[in-house]
Design a protein around this ligand. Structure first.
Ligand SMILES: NC(=O)c1ccc[n+]([C@@H]2O[C@H](COP(=O)([O-])OP(=O)(O)OC[C@H]3O[C@@H](n4cnc5c(N)ncnc54)[C@H](O)[C@@H]3O)[C@@H](O)[C@H]2O)c1
Length: 325
């Protein structure tokens, strides 16, 4: 059994956050969960995820915006966490074209507010935060290595995520705060995100509606099943060797898959055909993502275990059950 820890998790009502909270509680830790429950997508799903975490004396929830640094500081002062898992963000590449300022509030101001709270805290020993594969943009050699410059983001979302990494780097060098940034590659699974392709495609196929296929399906993604992400994130949080400085890791799937292959697997799991409508490439999208997993495999023995062939049916089964279809 790992040593018991008090952990603050931001973005706890989100897809990855709610799974992380459940896993940390199961591991015997205490969690203060933070989320502003915004309506970027249906907040009923966020409330249902919190309910699914279940009641426990080790679990508290605070509805608060991470960009409110005064409130965040107070929560840190009172709770005295040993670890922080910072996942709250305005996610999504396409929405950053419609609503750019929400990315500045949540991803830049919000990230700074967490860094400041950690800096003032005497208890936090390690800050683990979410970055994204989107920082690699369209001109990084594949597979994407953490050593790539990643200085040509294709969207504002990617630019804010890369800026978070640079802000973390500066705080780590100024204030010696141990930090780990995780570049997630297209995470999917039960309790997932309604704005992501796997959800939109499943919904459309089950409703016999056409699906929008961008760039004629000529896109590749490294898909990562939620359990693989959570297992390794918890391992990093529980890591007792507090490593100095700031490290960044890719967390991806086993291999990039073509969009068409992905659609075929969803259609198979739904036992219905996909009606595909082709659209041009979307602004801000990248052509492919592909993770070099050498670093995370070496330091944390990470090996993605769940392939799309297994993970997609798990998601579709959950979706049908959730919506009683
Ligand atoms: N899911 C993926 O494929 C993926 C890929 C790369 C990176 N990420 C990153 O991982 C993290 C978690 O992503 P997710 O897929 O669970 O997204 P999500 O949108 O489901 O979860 C994010 C949560 O943060 C909350 N939030 C947003 N702004 C906030 C604010 N200002 N104050 C308090 N709470 C706020 C939202 O209400 C939401 O519940 C994000 O940082 C995201 O950028 C996710």
């Amino acid at each position: 059994m790992p040593e018991h820890m008090r952990i603050i998790v931001t973005g706890a009502a989100g897809f990855i956050g709610s799974h992380a909270v459940k896993a940390l509680l199961k591991s015997g830790h205490s969690v203060l969960a933070i989320d502003n429950l915004n309506d970027y997508y249906d907040s009923k799903l966020k409330n249902d995820r919190l309910e699914n975490i279940g009641k426990s004396n080790s679990f508290e929830f605070e509805k608060v915006d991470i960009s409110d640094h005064i409130k965040i500081n107070k929560l840190f002062d009172n709770y005295k966490p040993m670890r922080v898992l910072h996942l709250a963000a305005q996610a999504g590449v396409r929405f950053s074209i419609e609503n750019p300022f929400s990315y500045i509030e949540s991803n830049l101001k919000g990230h700074l507010s967490i860094l400041e709270a950690v800096r003032s805290s005497a208890s936090v020993q390690h800050l683990v935060y979410a970055s994204s594969s989107s920082v690699y943009g369209n001109d990084t050699d594949v597979p994407f290595s953490e050593n790539a410059r990643a200085d040509k983001p294709a969207s504002l979302y990617a630019a804010t995520k890369r800026a978070d990494e640079l802000m973390s780097e500066s705080y780590s060098s100024l204030y010696k705060i141990p930090q780990t940034g995780l570049r997630f590659f297209t995470v999917y699974g039960p309790w997932g995100r309604p704005d992501m392709a796997y959800w939109l495609f499943t919904k459309a196929i089950l409703e016999s509606k056409p699906i929008k296929v961008f760039n004629n399906g000529d896109l590749e993604r490294d898909f990562t099943y939620i359990d693989d992400v959570i297992e390794t994130t918890v391992k990093i949080i529980e890591d007792k060797k507090i490593r100095d400085g700031h490290r960044i890791y890719n967390i991806g799937g086993s291999r990039p898959r073509r969009l068409q292959e992905f659609i075929d697997l969803i259609a198979k799991a739904c036992a219905k055909p996909a009606i595909c409508q082709n659209f041009p490439m979307q602004p801000g999208d990248v052509y492919r993502t592909s993770a070099d997993l050498t670093k995370i495999s070496k330091d944390y023995d990470y090996q993605p275990r769940i392939d799309l062939e297994v993970g997609i049916p798990h998601f579709v089964d959950w979706y049908r059950e959730y919506f009683e279809l």
